[in-house]
Design a protein around this ligand. Structure first.
Ligand code: AMP
Ligand code: MG
Length: 336
């Protein structure tokens, strides 16, 4: 699928015509890629069944993987969800607008295709100014998964979004680099228990502070045997072309033995790596920097022609948990 003429909107914050145009595309059932504080989203009118169907087509996304619906504020919750528990309101009041999604009982105005037939809907209130302008101008809830083709790393820059979606969508909005770089934290609240379905920048530690001792907090079990309660978590994800391996420490002898003179890309925080001609090294200054640049680096390394990518494993604490969740999927659990 590569047939649409895609408008590239480079100046939406200063050009009211660009904003008008993007909102009109959404109102008419079209697809608009837009920046958010997490990653670029592939947006359509969440109330329009055909528009939602075209999201799945543009991404090559399996039909049983539901979409996140974006709204402008807490007061719009009842347009897409119902029976909202008080803990959900408390969490939204603390973490929204921001990189935080809650799975709630679905309002019947949301078509079944958006929620993959589930009776729940995932809802997020984004903070990115362009995402908010688009929600405000269109007056619509916007269904938007990450704007990558299914299985690939999510785009976190305009160039990555263009690479993934030009020719497949009606417009792509330039919002520069995404601040967080990893997708939102997703929680559900079955029986008043908070369950983290996908870790993100709103961390388990942060959620615990808000809930106090009132509610138990359960981390979704990961690994191939766990039955995911978030359908998307069962699919291959975040994968560049080169196979990814995780490493806790740099083991020069082992790497040389395993991969010989193949070109290797290494992404790390603190490895001490002897220089070598057939290695590209990208180092990050902090966990936040690692999260923000992870997907871009995976894609950049592919473009540099590396045959193997080795990524440093980090401690599963704070945002480190989200980084490891994405790296485990990108690597399929392979380690060196
Ligand atoms: P993405 O659209 O790439 O940001 O992924 C959205 C994530 O939210 C996927 O892992 C989905 O499976 C998950 N999700 C969306 N809606 C629901 C829902 N109703 N129940 C559980 N998980 C959901
Ligand atoms: Mg995604």
């Amino acid at each position: 699928m590569r047939n649409k003429h895609t408008l590239l909107l480079r100046n939406i914050l200063n050009d009211p015509c660009e904003l008008e145009c993007a909102a009109l595309i959404l109102k008419n059932g079209g697809l608009v890629v837009f920046p958010t504080e997490t990653v670029y989203g592939l947006g359509a009118n969440a109330f329009d069944e055909d528009a939602a169907a075209s999201i799945f087509k543009a991404k090559g996304r399996p039909g049983d993987n539901p979409l996140i619906v974006h709204i402008l504020s807490i007061k719009d919750l009842s347009t897409v969800a119902k029976n909202i528990p008080s803990s959900a309101l408390q969490l939204f009041e603390t973490f929204s607008p921001g990189p935080f999604t809650i799975v709630l009982a679905k309002n019947k105005a949301v078509p079944a295709i958006v929620t993959a037939g589930l009776d729940t809907v995932a809802v997020r209130i984004p903070s990115h100014p362009i995402a908010r302008l688009l929600l405000e101008k269109s007056g619509l809830p916007i269904a938007a998964p990450s704007a990558n083709r299914s299985g690939r790393p999510s785009p976190t820059t305009f160039d990555m979004a263009v690479m993934e979606m030009k020719g497949r969508v009606d417009a792509i909005i330039d919002g520069g680099s995404c601040e967080v770089g990893l997708e939102s934290t997703v929680v559900s609240i079955p029986d008043e228990q908070i369950k983290i379905l996908r870790p993100g920048a709103v961390t388990e530690e942060m959620i615990r502070v808000v809930l106090g001792s009132k509610n138990p907090l359960i981390q979704e079990a990961s690994g191939s045997h766990a039955k995911p309660s978030s359908p998307g978590m069962k699919y291959a994800h975040y994968q560049p072309k080169a196979p990814v391996y995780l490493a806790e420490h740099w083991k020069n002898v082992k790497v040389n033995k395993l991969f010989g003179d193949r070109k290797i890309g290494v992404i790390h925080l603190s490895f001490d790596i002897p220089p070598s001609e057939n290695r590209e090294q990208i180092s990050f200054s902090s966990l936040a920097d690692y999260a923000k640049n992870l997907y871009k680096t995976l894609v950049d390394l592919d473009q540099m022609g590396v045959e193997i990518i080795i990524a440093q494993a980090v401690e599963e604490k704070g945002i480190g948990r989200a980084i490891m969740n994405r790296l485990e999927k990108a690597s399929g659990g392979k380690t060196v």
